[in-house]
Design a protein around this ligand. Structure first.
Ligand code: SF4
Ligand code: SF4
Length: 262
């Protein structure tokens, strides 16, 4: 059981540093200029395609809300343990159903204006309200009062990515594209627990290796654990590459693969 989660060095790429700017631009700006909300259609499509091939990679590396929570709000957060309730499948699916029902209802109202000049404005307003305003207000409150990534444990867009990822697995199209946190040598792990203490989603990779890989679908592939393992044992790779290297078809020294990720 992890006792203390750490506000630690996260490796912030340019995207992770800057993506949060989309939130005030579209969420607040969209209230005055709803057409900005149409940008969310592209965001949602990109998120779904990435979910299909790379799991929740979007959440850890590109998501504007994720960037807001990690890069802007982490230093202001109380940084407590995320309550188990937020991880419950019941809450996650209830919230997903609620969110999608509201979305469908509002979309239906906007579609009633199809062919009229105000249609695009109304459509933009649906995305502004549904995708940006609620996650922004709810996410910011939870980030400050509990932990930066609290919202992400039940975010409907995260659930949507999990659905897409399961679809990708059913179609067997993401074996070569989805990477997992992988341990080079379990015997060398001191079980110091640092990979768990620094994880923004408060997951525990070192407790859950599955064929040397951490396959928890809540992992947002942020690489924070890789960059903080004191023994440099962690790296990111696909299941197929892992299998390939294990079978010795590829010449790889496992210790050499534990590279830091920006
Ligand atoms: S941080 Fe590294 S050494 Fe520590 S428990 Fe995790 S994998 Fe093992
Ligand atoms: S397990 Fe590692 S990559 Fe996954 S969310 Fe936690 S820190 Fe990020």
């Amino acid at each position: 059981m992890i006792k203390k989660h750490l506000k630690t060095n996260r490796s912030f790429t340019i995207t992770k540093k800057a993506a949060w700017l989309v939130v005030p631009l579209v969420a607040a700006g969209g209230l005055y200029y709803p057409l900005l909300g149409l940008a969310v259609i592209g965001i949602m499509l990109a998120m779904m395609v990435l979910g299909l091939f790379k799991g929740k990679y979007w959440c850890g590396n590109i998501c504007p809300h994720g960037s807001l929570f990690d890069f802007v709000l982490m230093r202001l957060s109380i940084f407590k343990k995320i309550p188990v309730l937020f991880r419950s499948p019941l809450l996650k699916w209830f919230f997903f159903a609620f969110f999608m029902s509201m979305f469908s209802y509002r979309l239906g109202l906007a579609l009633g204006f199809l062919g009229e000049t105000e249609f695009t404005t109304r459509l933009g307003a649906v995305f502004v309200n549904q995708y940006l305003v609620l996650p922004t207000i709810g996410g910011v409150i939870l980030a400050l009062a509990i932990n930066p990534r609290t919202w992400c444990t039940f975010c409907p867009m995260g659930t949507l990515q999990k659905i897409m990822n399961k679809l990708g697995k059913q179609l067997n199209i993401n074996r070569h594209t989805e990477e997992f946190i992988t341990i080079a040598d379990q015997e060398s792990c001191s079980e110091c627990g640092k990979c768990a203490r620094v994880c923004p989603m408060q997951l525990e990779p070192y407790q859950s290796w599955d064929d040397d890989q951490f396959r928890d679908e809540s992992c947002i592939k942020c690489y924070t654990c890789i960059n903080n393992c004191p023994s440099e044992l962690l790296y990111s790779t696909t299941s197929s590459d892992r299998k390939f290297s294990r079978e010795g078809s590829k010449k790889q020294e496992p210790g050499n693969k534990a590279t830091k990720v920006a």
